[in-house]
Design a protein around this ligand. Structure first.
Ligand code: CP
Length: 310
């Protein structure tokens, strides 16, 4: 069992905790291929999905994960909750606590919102993505996908390409992969690379590299992780045109051939096809994008089990 009340980010997790989550996810994966995909482990527990931002993968896979473990799962979205009438985040959290929720999964546009809720509630809080801060279960499902394809998480070259500035997925993956000694190459347009990103992981800075050349980032890479251009978070133009963006930073088949022969192509979704990745690459033989989605159910079952199952 995890010896922590909340899962707020990868930064505070030790390698032993990450491996425990991945090992448990692997052992739970089999449940999803059974004719009756349900075990009674979390019977009597209540999980609340509190999503203040849109989501398909994270919200649905937490719901499926909870239900496969027999928890009662309730979904709340901002538009249908009393938040739309002006209720504060903290009053919302206290209200859910008064209903004896065992776990709250929260997604919010503000970095730190899950940590605020965690301080105000007795329930376990899981960060389902907060602003540009962290998306811990995404990095865990990415790590499970990589480990199942490559056999290990150390010594790999992982290129993370795209809108780094707005990406909580990039931050969580940087923490996780460098903890295990993989080299992470961040690549983006200069306008989409956060200033001072190299200082983000002082302890393991030798494992973090930055470049504005996608060809340099993907050369001999074991893993290429493409990031969505997050147009909804941009109040100004960060590059001249989508056509130019794909020309300089998009993943085409020709660029895939610069990587190792057994490279895997990842994307957290949702994808902007033709912007950061071509359809022939997204649907091609190196793509593991839908394996990531399957791994997401197992990882979220694992996290719920390790946090609530005792
Ligand atoms: N990867 C991810 O977080 O996807 P959703 O926004 O669909 O949850």
């Amino acid at each position: 069992m995890l010896k922590r009340k909340d899962l707020l980010g990868i930064q505070e997790l030790g390698c032993d905790e990450i491996l425990e989550i991945l090992d448990t996810a692997e052992s739970l994966q089999e449940i999803s291929s059974r004719p009756i995909k349900k075990v009674p482990t979390l019977r009597g527990k209540t999980v609340i999905n509190l999503f203040f931002e849109a989501s398909t993968r994270t919200r649905t896979s937490f719901e499926i994960a909870g239900k496969r473990l027999s928890a009662d799962v309730v979904n709340i979205s901002a538009s249908t909750s009393s938040v739309s009438k002006g209720e504060t985040l903290i009053d919302t959290a206290r209200t859910l606590d008064a209903m004896a929720a065992d776990c709250v999964v929260i997604r919010h546009s503000s970095s730190g919102a899950p940590a605020t809720i965690a301080r105000m509630t007795k329930a376990a809080v899981i960060n389902g993505g907060d602003g540009a801060h962290e998306h811990p279960t995404q990095a865990l499902l990415d790590a499970l996908t990589i480990r199942q394809r490559k056999g290990h998480l150390d010594g790999l070259k992982v290129a993370i390409v795209g809108d780094i500035t707005h990406s909580r997925v990039a931050r969580s993956n940087i923490h996780l992969l460098t903890k295990f000694g993989s080299h992470v190459w961040l690549c983006s347009a200069p306008t989409l690379m956060p200033v001072g990103v190299e200082q983000m992981i002082c302890d393991n800075s030798q494992f973090l590299h930055t470049t504005n050349s996608i060809d340099e980032a993907v050369a001999d890479a074991d893993v290429i992780m493409m990031l969505r251009v997050q147009f909804e978070r941009m109040s100004e133009s960060f590059f001249p045109s989508v056509r130019e963006y794909f020309h300089y930073f998009g993943l085409s088949r020709a660029r895939v051939h610069l990587a190792k022969q057994d490279v895997i192509i990842m994307h957290p979704g949702p994808m902007n096809r033709g912007v950061e990745i071509s359809s022939e690459v997204a649907d091609g033989p190196y793509s593991v994008i839908f394996d990531q989605v399957s791994a997401g159910v197992a990882v979220r079952m694992s996290v719920l089990y390790l946090m609530l199952g005792a």
